[in-house]
Design a protein around this ligand. Structure first.
Ligand code: FES
Length: 92
């Protein structure tokens, strides 16, 4: 469990807090998929919608892509996401 600052991404927050399994190799450029997470279904609407670039990059994830898959570098923290539950994909 980590505290996040509104306006930062979940990937930045995870890296800042040494969350294991989140690498963020491309620095948030939506190109590496080493920030793959599974967002709990009830929290999906708390984050910006999936865009075309993220959708394409998610096709190359090491861990299985699920309907809840997102790239945490594209998930900006806001008041709406306070308390969100997000699980790190088992492999990056
Ligand atoms: Fe590379 Fe998210 S940090 S795709």
């Amino acid at each position: 469990q980590v505290s996040a600052v509104s306006g930062k991404t979940l990937m930045e927050t995870a890296v800042d807090n040494d969350v294991q399994g989140i690498v963020g190799e491309c620095g948030g450029a939506c190109q590496c998929a080493t920030c793959h997470v599974y967002v709990s279904p009830e929290w999906m609407s708390a984050f910006p919608a999936l865009n075309e670039a993220e959708d394409a990059t998610l096709e190359g994830t090491v861990a299985e892509r699920l309907s809840s898959s997102r790239l945490s570098c594209q998930l900006v923290v806001s008041d709406a996401s306070e308390g969100a539950v997000v699980n790190v994909a088992p492999n990056q």
